[in-house]
Design a protein around this ligand. Structure first.
Ligand SMILES: NC(=O)c1ccc[n+]([C@@H]2O[C@H](COP(=O)([O-])OP(=O)(O)OC[C@H]3O[C@@H](n4cnc5c(N)ncnc54)[C@H](OP(=O)(O)O)[C@@H]3O)[C@@H](O)[C@H]2O)c1
Length: 160
């Protein structure tokens, strides 16, 4: 099972605002995210989940929080109190891959063990407080590039 980070990053490294508003709305990237993740488990931080407002359909939504009192009235979600427990549970589902879908805190903690990253590199800067962690490109091999009008989708595979 591959652990895959999927993220959209502005040219200046920003992925979001502290208030969780998305700094851009690009339909083509949303469609890419949907098509890529459909049918697979997705792991996200509590803040990112709350910014969505509801679970994303067709995917098991796995939310991590440190708040053991947290409850949501939604079907099709699972809550874990550590990222490790969320990943262990995802592994038990025996899917080909699981996606880490953010946000900043969760990317920060998972970049060290992710096998693959699918990054939409936006062609513009935005204002925002949440950034994707710096990574050493030499640790990753680019296996595909797909050029779009406002962004480029680059797939990175961790080098052995
Ligand atoms: N551009 C993109 O592709 C993309 C994708 C996703 C999100 N975003 C953006 O990212 C921003 C949100 O990121 P964020 O860093 O503020 O929040 P986040 O990573 O979405 O969620 C953080 C929360 O996750 C929980 N958490 C973190 N580490 C944990 C651990 N090891 N064990 C258990 N729970 C843990 C905590 O929840 P509790 O506080 O409940 O304990 C923490 O407050 C938003 O602006 C959003 O729009 C961008």
């Amino acid at each position: 099972m591959r652990i895959v980070i999927i993220v959209a990053i502005a040219k200046n490294g920003v992925i979001g605002k502290a208030n969780c508003e998305m700094p851009w709305h690009i339909k083509e990237d949303f469609q890419h995210f949907k098509k890529t993740t459909m049918g697979f488990p997705i792991i996200m931080g509590r803040k990112s989940f709350e910014s969505l407002g509801k679970p994303l359909p067709g995917r098991e939504n796995i939310i991590v929080t440190r708040n053991t009192n947290l409850k949501y009235d939604f079907d099709g979600i699972k809550i874990f109190y550590s990222l490790q427990d969320a990943v262990d549970y995802s592994r038990s589902l025996n899917k080909d891959k699981i996606f880490i879908t953010g946000g900043g805190e969760i990317y920060n903690q998972s970049i060290s063990f992710a096998d693959e990253m699918i990054i939409s590199h936006m062609k513009f800067d935005v204002v925002g407080e949440v950034k994707f962690p710096d990574f050493n490109v030499d640790d990753w091999k680019i296996i595909s590039r797909e050029e779009k009008e406002e962004f480029e989708i680059v797939t990175y595979l961790r080098r052995d």
